[in-house]
Design a protein around this ligand. Structure first.
Ligand SMILES: [Zn+2]
Length: 95
């Protein structure tokens, strides 16, 4: 647990709280880029899982299943890592 500044009043508050106890302002609002990372990460992983599922249903993995699946998984995971990193950065930025 660390102390961060409130987005509204600037008072020191716990980074684990969602609402400022001083002024009631909501904290931890995700930026647009964070939402984009998260949303696209999920989209890519869902698509990868779809190819994975098709591969199982069709009774075997071949190049036509693996070729799109692996890059989709990799891109999805990278986007989720970016989302996670940007979350940490925004939490430590306000000191
Ligand atoms: Zn506040």
């Amino acid at each position: 647990m660390a102390l961060v500044s409130c987005r509204e009043c600037g008072k020191k508050i716990s980074d684990s709280t969602n609402t400022c106890p001083q002024c009631g302002a909501k904290q931890r609002v995700l930026s647009k880029s964070q939402v984009a990372y998260l949303a696209w990460g999920i989209v890519f992983i869902v698509f990868a899982s779809f190819f994975n599922y098709v591969g199982i249903v069709e009774g075997g993995y071949d190049a036509s299943v693996l070729a799109p699946m692996i890059p989709l998984y990799v891109i999805g995971i990278v986007l989720l890592i970016l989302f996670n990193n940007s979350k940490k950065k925004s939490a430590t930025k306000v000191n």
